[in-house]
Design a binder for this molecule. Structure first.
Ligand code: DGL
Length: 268
């Protein structure tokens, strides 16, 4: 069974894990949440890069076959140096799915002309100023159709939903964070931090929009690499009867801990 390592500053990578488990049922997953240093979204490039390297060292000890950088901020600030330093292993990153702007079919229904659209992307402050993101935005969205919003507290609020459960106060915090987008008529909102899809249905209801996440594309890319010639599995996935296994390590507790992860919807 192939071993996939994943990491994020916290539980955000669960939104990616969910799609990976759907498409790759027979895998072992090692997940590291760097909760002691959350949020990455306000840290410097050097800080995040060093954390990424530390975490990948631990994943290497687990002898993983591939690493998913299940965090947009870590991808923006750290994936390049990870690829340089750990060159024997493939890395799959997560980036805000800005490409949707050029996929006309995503906005048409049944061959009709595309419906009017207004696009926004929610990202962390560190992702917003990273050269990698700035370059991506220029290349994919040269006409500047996508409005970018950096969210200072959203990832933390999602963590609070996970640790404390749903409450009126937390819902109010979430509403406050989304206020800059409210009543602006955004039809599609790109979720550019892996924490955000965990509260996707709340965001969709609050803003009356459709949210877009890269999880399914990341899962397909992992499947492609795992099934490719360099990382051949012993059996095709369709024939495999093995079940996936999951180990969760948090830097906060400092110990492996199995937690409930079957329900990825924290609030709807
Ligand atoms: N989940 C992370 C991301 O995708 C970052 C959250 C944070 O630590 O700020 O960007």
């Amino acid at each position: 069974m192939k071993k996939i390592g994943l990491f994020d500053s916290g539980i955000g990578g669960f939104s990616i894990l969910k799609d990976l488990m759907k498409i790759n049922p027979a895998m072992s997953f090692y997940y590291i949440a760097d909760e002691a240093f959350l949020p990455y979204g306000e840290k410097s490039e050097e800080f995040v890069r060093k954390r990424c390297e530390k975490i990948v060292e631990v994943l290497m000890e687990k002898e993983v076959d591939l690493v998913v950088v299940a965090c947009n901020t870590a991808t923006a600030l750290g994936i390049q140096s990870l690829r340089e330093r750990f060159c024997g292993i493939p890395f799959v990153g997560v980036e805000p799915y800005l490409n949707i702007v050029n996929q006309v079919e995503a906005f048409s229904s049944g061959g009709e002309a595309p419906s009017p659209r207004r696009l926004a992307a929610l990202i962390t402050p560190s992702t917003k100023v990273s050269p990698r993101f700035v370059k991506l935005k220029k290349r994919v969205d040269p006409k500047g159709e996508i409005s970018i919003f950096d969210c200072k507290n959203l990832a933390n609020i999602v963590e609070e939903f996970y640790s404390e459960g749903n409450s009126f106060e937390l819902e109010e915090k979430l509403r406050l964070e989304l206020r800059p987008l409210k009543d602006s008529g955004f039809t599609h909102v790109i979720l550019g931090c892996t924490h955000y899809p965990l509260v996707q249905s709340f965001i969709e209801k609050e803003l009356g929009c459709q949210c877009i996440s890269p999880g399914p594309y990341v899962a397909k890319r992992v499947k492609y690499l795992i099934e490719g010639s360099t990382l051949k599995t012993s059996k095709p996935f369709a024939e495999s009867t093995e079940n996936s296994s999951f180990q969760f390590l948090s830097t906060k507790s400092g110990a492996w801990a199995l937690r409930k992860f079957s329900d990825f919807t924290l609030i709807s």
